[in-house]
Design a protein around this ligand. Sequence first.
Ligand SMILES: Cc1ncc(COP(=O)(O)O)c(C=O)c1O
Length: 460
Amino acid sequence: MTEPEGRSTVVSKDLQNVLHPVVPHRQLETEPMVIVEGRGSTVVEADGTEYLDGMAGLWCVNIGYGRTELADVAAKQMRALPYYPHTAINQPAAALAERVNGLLGGDNHVYFVASGSEANEAGFKIARQYMKHEHPGQYRYKTISRYLGYHGTTLATLASGGMGDRKQKFEPLSGNDFVHVAPPYCYRCPFGLKYPSCELACVKNIESTIQGEGPDTVATVLIEPVMSAVGVAVPPDEYLPEVAAIAKKFGCLLHIDEVINGFGRTGAMFAHQHYGVRPDMVSIAKGIVSAYLPIAATVVRNHVFQSFVGEPSENRQVFQISTYGGHPVAAAVANRNIEIILEEKLVERSAQNGAYLLEGLRTLLKHPCVGDVRGKGLLAGIELVKDRQTKEAVPADRIKGVVDFARKNGVLVGRSGGGRHLGNCIVLSPPLVITRPEIDRIVAVLDKAIEELGAQLGAS
Ligand SMILES: Cc1ncc(COP(=O)(O)O)c(C=O)c1O
C-alpha cells in the first residue's frame, strides 16, 4: 500500500486532471474540499475539519458513514464472485430482488441498473415496450411529468425533468415524448390558487393534458412523491391517489420516482406508501445501498412483468442491458444496508426525527426572509424571500452566502436548483442516523446564517 498523499498534492493533482460535475472550476480552485473519511453524520476534511453533513452526501448516505461491516461484506463477495453479467443469475441480486419486492408489497419483479437516471430511463423503455406488446394498435410512448421535477442527467431523463437550468445547455432535447404539467408546489401555486379551495387544479391539469395529448399516445405518468430538487415540495395528501386514479382511467402506467424519497427518507419505507397507492413501476437508487456502491433498480408490477415473459421465438424479453446491472458486490452490500435500515428502525427514526427537525426549522419563520418551511421525514426545505407578501426570491448569490456561512460553521446544507429557476431554497436531507443534538446544531447554524442574510438584505 502506498502512503496517502498530502492534501495539497491531492488538490493540485485533481485540479490539473479532473473535470468535476456542476461545481464551477474556479470555485474549486479557491475553496477546494477534500473529504477523507466519515462516521455517522459527520465527514472529515483532509485538514482535519469536521462537518455535519446535512445532505447525506447527495441525498443518499441513509445509514450514515463509517459502516465498516459493509466493507467486509463487499470484500467477501468480491473474493467469491466480483462480477458476472446479469443475463445469468447471481445469489446477492436474487436475494436483493426478493427483499425489495417484499418491501414494495410483493407482486413485483426487479430490473437492476447502476444509477437513478438509468432506473428512470429503463422505466421509460420498459413502458414503451410494454405498450407495444399490450396495445399493438396504439402508439403509446409519451411520459407526462412535472415542471420543476428532476429525474436524472441522461438526455431522456433530463427531458422528463422540468428544471430548465439543468436542461438549457443541452437543448433542444427530445421531441414531444415528454410532456410537462404543473407541479403541486403550493407555496407558488402555478394557478395562483390556495389549497384546499384550489380543488387540486394541478391534478385536473394532468387529466386535461392526457386528454389533449390523446390517451392512446401516453405510456406513463412520472411522479416523485415529495419533489426534492425544487426545494422539497410536499403535495396535499389527496394528490397522489388522485393522480393514480387518472393514470388508471386512461390506461397509463404510474411510474413513481423513489430515487431520493425511498428507503426511509420521508418517514415511510417508500414515500408513495404514505398515500396508499400501488404504482406500476418504481425507480429506486441512492438509499438502496446508502451510496456505498452504485446500484439502482426499476421495479415493475407483475402485470407489467408478464408482458415480457415468453418463448425465445416470441421476442418479448427486456430489450436493454446495463453492464453493471445486478452487480453481485453492490447487491450484497445493498442487502446488508437494508437489513441495517430495518434492524435500527431508521424509517421510524426518520419520521420521528424528521418531525423534530421540522419543528426546529419552523422557529426560523421568525426571520422575515423565511417565506416557507416544509418537509416530510428527514427531507426538508426552507424557502428564502426578500418580501413575504410578494414572495420575491432571495437572489442565488445570497443563497450561496447562506450555504457558505453554514459550511464555515461546520454544517453542510444544500440548495435548490437555480438558473431559470428561483434557486432560493436551502434543502436538508441528513443521514437517517442523525441525532437530536445534531439536528439542534443544524437549526442553530441556519438561524445564524439566516440572521446574517436578513441583515444583508436590510442593508442592500
Ligand atoms: C428524484 C431523482 N431521480 C433521479 C435522479 C438521478 O439519479 P442518479 O444521479 O443516480 O443518476 C436523482 C438524482 O439526484 C433524483 O433526485
